[in-house]
Design a protein around this ligand. Structure first.
Ligand code: G6P
Length: 473
């Protein structure tokens, strides 16, 4: 038996070393979760995803890949992938599911490409599937896949997890009928469909009830072939990894460099992929409003703003970058001087040790998405503060805010109040910081990513086994 894990991205980075191409495993949150589960449960793993390299490169170098799992790259024609990934997945589903319906760019060809990509992946999975395998499908790119797999492999154990929000009925209904039906029926092909929060679970079940006319009993939908349980599974992080990184000598060195550089100032920090859902412009406006309202903080605080490039080919992302850069320029131009830049902006990714050094130097982490399924940055910041210092300011529009109750909560659309919350966070005494951090760390140490993966997969298996033992439905 093995786990077949399916996500758009493969857990693999392709590096050019001189003239050589090298494939190495990459350790994002999802890879950590899945790999740790397979190690603990001693199961084999095959990861299926869309290749961002060509077939020849892989065939020539795959033997050098040093992960202890199999990789099954799926190659999509460039145009098909563009319609599938850039347009339907990211300019229709991503926009709509994050409550940006006006950003939606629906077209028929893109929907057809989405269906084709899901079919190509289903076929590949059915070729490598062996009875007893456990199939785990991830995210909005593959919402049609569970149903396609159920048709090809009626007895398979299939879990589906959505890493982004599932919107409420009034937003979801905006999609053309055939796309709505395809998505809902697609997800219902699984034995277990997981979401980050109960709100998402309720939105999904309400859409199924209203649009497919099915009713559920205790969040279980019965169909002819199987039943599907709908549940809340908030994703998390490898708590120990972030907590223990505080003491790494490389991190300590970088931290003292940062602290020395800003020794007479307090540091506000944020890091995000460049995305309109992250509320980066709202954050900058709130910071500006804070500096206007509390001029005594000028020259005594610096905002380190790290933005990681993402989806650069998509128009809305390029536009957002210009907007952010204009705001940074406006704030620094109007409020800064030759000794002080209020915002220090970086448009690059940061490697792990530097990230931890930044987290653990920051007096305040300002996390203000206008919509986010979970937001792991908030959890990483809290976990890395082994010194029990720092204040988390967190948007109520994130899944994480449901769990991290001791954060200072903000509505990112209310810039005046957010400005006030920033001042409150900067003024918080150490005893209060410690108390809040301790509570949140206790919670995260228990609710970590291993628990998330284990709960999800165990429940998928239970749901499947229960149906197989039961009488015909
Ligand atoms: C979100 C999605 C992931 C996605 C990631 C990065 O977290 O839930 O599925 O992989 O963003 O986006 P990208 O488009 O670069 O894969």
């Amino acid at each position: 038996m093995k786990i077949i894990n399916i996500s758009y991205r493969l857990p693999l980075s392709v590096k050019k070393q001189n003239t050589k191409t090298v494939f190495t495993p990459s350790s994002g949150g999802l890879a950590t979760a899945v790999l740790s589960y397979t190690q603990k449960s001693e199961q084999k793993l095959t990861w299926v995803g869309i290749a961002d390299f060509d077939r020849n490169t892989w065939e020539n170098h795959k033997n050098e890949f040093e992960g202890n799992f199999e990789i099954e790259p799926v190659y999509l024609d460039r145009r098909l992938n563009r319609n599938f990934y850039n347009i339907f997945s990211n300019s229709v589903l991503w926009a709509m599911f994050h409550y940006f319906p006006s950003y939606m760019e629906y077209n028929e060809a893109a929907f057809e490409a989405y269906k084709s990509a899901n079919e190509i992946v289903a076929k590949r999975v059915s070729e490598i599937y062996e009875p007893g395998d456990l199939i785990w499908v991830h995210d909005y790119h593959f919402m049609g896949l569970p149903k396609l797999l159920r048709k090809l492999l009626p007895d398979a154990q299939i879990g589906f997890f959505l890493h982004i929000p599932f919107p409420n009925f009034e937003i979801f209904r905006i999609l053309p009928s055939k796309a709505k039906r395809y998505i809902l029926e697609g997800i219902l092909g699984s034995n277990l469909a997981g979401f980050h929060t109960w709100d998402n679970v309720i939105h999904f079940t309400e859409c199924v009830e209203k649009l497919l006319g099915l009713s559920h009993r205790n969040f279980v939908f019965s169909q002819d072939t199987h039943r599907t349980r709908i549940g809340s599974y908030p994703i998390s992080i490898d708590f120990e990894k972030f907590h223990n990184a505080y003491d790494k000598p490389e991190v300590a060195k970088l931290r003292s460099e940062i602290r020395e550089l800003y020794q007479d100032k307090k540091i506000i920090f944020s890091v995000d992929r460049l995305d309109y859902t992250k509320g980066i412009n709202n954050r900058l406006s709130a910071f500006e409003s804070f500096l206007k309202k509390y001029p005594e903080w000028r020259e005594k605080v610096v905002f380190l703003l790290v933005i990681v490039p993402s989806r650069e080919e998509i128009t809305k992302y390029g536009e957002r970058k210009s907007m952010i850069e204009q705001s940074v320029g406006r704030i620094n131009g109007a409020m800064g001087n030759y000794k002080w830049s209020p915002v220090v902006y970086q448009y690059q990714s940061v490697e792990f040790d530097k990230l931890i050094a930044l987290y653990t130097s920051a007096d305040v982490a300002l996390i203000s998405p206008v919509r986010d399924g979970m937001n792991l940055v908030a959890k990483e910041y809290v976990a890395s503060r082994k010194d029990l210092r720092g204040v988390l300011v967190l948007s109520l529009m994130t899944g994480a805010s449901k769990e991290l109750q001791e954060a200072i909560a903000i509505n990112p659309f209310d810039k005046e109040l957010t400005g006030y919350r920033i001042a409150q966070a900067l003024d918080m005494d150490e005893k209060q910081q410690e108390k809040r951090m301790r509570h949140m760390q206790k919670y995260l140490a228990k609710h970590d990513v291993f628990r998330w993966a284990t709960r999800f997969l165990t429940d998928t298996i239970d749901m499947h086994d229960h149906d197989n033992k039961a009488q015909p439905l």
